[in-house]
Design a protein around this ligand. Sequence first.
Ligand code: DAH
Length: 338
Amino acid sequence: MSQDLSSLTQDGLAAIAAATDERMLDDARIAYLGKKGSITAASAQMKSLPNEEKPAFGAALNEARNTINHAIDEKKLALQTAADAKSVEGIDLTLPGRQIPVGALHPITQVKDEAIQILRRMGFALADGPEIEDEFHCFDALNTPADHPARNEKDTFYFDSGKLLRTHTSSVQVRNMEKQTPPVKIIAPGSAYRRDEIDATHLSVFTQLEGLFVDKDVTLADLKGTLEYFYKALFGPETETRFRPHFFPFTEPSFEIDIKLVAKGQEPKWIEVAGCGMVDPAVFSAICESRKDETFSPDNITGFAFGMGIDRLAMIKWGIRDIRALIENDTRFLSQFA
Ligand code: DAH
């Protein structure tokens, strides 16, 4: 009987060795170890054996099964290894891989996000307003009279409907005060549009960040402290700022802010980075009129406002000399900020 088993085992091993793919290997497994396989069939003889021969036969059966199972496992591995090798045949695995370009945030987005983070830590909430505006929110409510040059058709993109592309983000100040009650402490980053000649320092679409803080007893000292802190946080603790008296229709007094740029081996240079001031009482009066209430009465509240060009900040931060590089989408330029 064991003799039979050992020749069955030999046959099985030969069938396994002869298998050239996984299917043939599986056929061999079924032929020997499957339900109707020959080793399974041989095990049926157990019943008719005298008791004293059963243990030896049982052990021989187990050994036959183990031997075949083991051979199947080994052959399976060998077949898979061969198949893997075949699938990469003719491919040079030492060649460098293909580079997949990885995107990154645009430099304007990077500076904008950083500015937002700093101002949010100081309690400013993000606000938003439409880019297609009406003259009331862009000009009238901001104390900008009809004959002001900014309202000229040569400077502003008007639609036939009389609406316009907002020339600054200051319109968001108005939209917010119409809806909220003091204290109002908001920042509004976004696009602004002007019919400027495009050159190294001007685009017809650019990014601004507007700020507004209205409450009881807001003072010029609050404005200075806030913006001095802001520029130090953005450009480093040694950053110097200076406030130059200026004129804006919607603030009184008004200032332009310069920061001092100290480049190695060069004379320090003051660069204008923002406009700001104390909200003009005429703006608060326009808000009262629009809301038809006295919530923003200039008798009860004060406020400061500021507006900065984000593109300008990006240019300063990275020493970009031509603003047009920021919108040309040339990856040779943009990849430097990745
Ligand atoms: N809107 C001004 C501009 O586009 C910038 C500005 C100046 C905004 C003074 C302000 C401000 O809020 O108070 O040039």
